[in-house]
Design a protein around this ligand. Structure first.
Ligand code: PMP
Ligand code: GLU
Length: 390
């Protein structure tokens, strides 16, 4: 093979570490290795049946043409209603909603539409690995704002202000956060939004784990009346609705931005997969069934979180605090002589447990474990981890 010279567009592109590890675990399993996969962040449960059936019905009814680029009107309406019912927004208008192929695409399009060469975008760490990569693909520079274990992994306004320059155009927020599970309390969220508004900074709030909170509900930017015009909410079907394979996410923001994102999507991928949109519209639109599904999921995850916390309490080498939200234990390694990358590799090879090392999240010395699996899988995984660390 001749050496391929790639374009400057992708010169610094890294593959998704989370997807790469999940693929590796899948391959090992296919080869017969009994891997316990706690790597990728996905609830390993089926989608709501009533939603899946709506997708199937759409296909059987021949609703298989190109969907509108912005998303099916009934889905955009269902999203607006869902946000009006579950946040303090009050009056989200379907015209401010655009549907994409997952939060990943919606976030990419949003960043691509808003940020470019010379712009800086603040990314609190630990972060979901795709954030800095997406910002760079847009041509802008991610500026990492370190939070820490002692600060409960929450960025303060002072931290953000210290990182702000004349080039700061955006801030990516994620609460509950992946990988830490940290929930930004309402007062802090309000202060951050006020600060951003004062400095003309766009806030892109990835709320994909909003409904998965274990104590207090996790506030949305739409709960904060003082939020400015430059606020975008991102959410999707992959976590609270167990529909990652449907690939449906959405962004809600100013109409002008939504129109530009639609232009971009119309030139690249077109509207999100049609049958998936019908399924998502059913999942969100039938509010009784929707809330019952989320309540069940949350009670299942609450039980698993207890199992995990009890398990990790017995493992001295990993210090795991109770996550306030999301699907993960983010544990700190108590013996820092070996990197988390090396330990995750040895855990996979020697103990057949797949987890994510902290490095791709911008915080070496930690391991992330997805606990949204079957209970026996989690228990088996914890037993192997305990054996591994002896
Ligand atoms: N944001 C965060 C914080 C995530 O953890 C993930 C995936 N786990 C995504 C976005 C992407 O989700 P989607 O499947 O909607 O693209
Ligand atoms: N986001 C999930 C994770 O953090 C799934 C993989 C991905 O989309 O990056 O593992």
């Amino acid at each position: 093979m001749p050496h391929t010279e790639f374009s400057s567009n992708v010169a610094r592109l890294e593959a998704s570490a989370t997807l790469a590890l999940a693929a590796r675990a899948r391959k090992l399993k296919a080869e017969g290795v009994p891997v316990i996969d706690l790597s990728a962040g996905e609830p390993q449960y089926p989608a709501p049946r009533f939603a899946a059936r709506a997708g199937i019905r759409a296909v059987e009814a021949g609703k298989t043409g190109y969907p509108p680029t912005l998303g099916l009107p009934e889905l955009r309406e269902a999203i607006a209603r869902y946000l009006n019912e579950t946040t303090g927004a009050g009056s989200v208008d379907p015209g401010s909603v655009i549907v994409g192929a997952g939060v990943k695409q919606s976030l990419f399009n949003c960043c691509y539409a808003l940020f470019g060469a010379g712009d800086e975008v603040l990314v609190p760490s630990p972060y979901w690995p795709s954030y800095p990569v997406i910002v760079r693909l847009a041509g802008a520079d991610p500026v990492v704002v370190e939070t820490g274990w002692d600060a409960g992994f929450l960025p303060s306004v002072a931290d953000l202000e210290a990182a702000r320059t004349g080039r700061t155009r955006g801030l990516l927020l994620n609460s509950p956060g992946n990988p830490t599970g940290a929930v930004i309390p309402r007062g802090l969220l309000r202060d951050i939004l006020r600060w951003a508004e004062r400095h003309g900074i766009w806030v892109l709030s990835d709320e994909i784990y909003r409904r998965l909170a274990y104590g207090q509900p996790s506030p949305s930017v739409f709960d904060i009346t003082e939020r400015g015009e430059r606020t975008v909410l991102l959410d999707g079907m992959s976590k609270a609705f167990c529909m990652p394979g449907f690939r449906i996410g959405y962004a809600v923001g100013p109409r002008e931005l939504v129109r530009k994102m639609s232009d971009l999507q119309g030139q690249t991928t077109s509207g999100a997969v049609g049958p998936s949109q019908y399924a998502a519209a059913a999942a969100l639109g039938e509010s009784g069934a929707r809330e019952a599904f989320i309540t069940d999921l949350l009670s299942r995850l609450t039980g698993l979180r207890e199992v995990g916390l009890a398990g990790f309490a017995e493992i001295d080498s990993i210090e795991a605090t109770p996550p306030d939200g999301a699907l993960y234990f983010y544990g700190r390694l108590t013996d820092p002589t070996e990197t988390s990358l090396d330990i995750a590799e040895r855990l996979l090879v020697d103990a057949s447990v797949a987890c994510m090392p902290g490095e791709p999240f911008g915080s070496p010395g930690h391991l992330r474990f997805n606990f949204a699996v079957e209970r026996d899988v989690l228990e088996k995984g914890l037993a192997r981890i305990a054996d591994f660390f002896g």
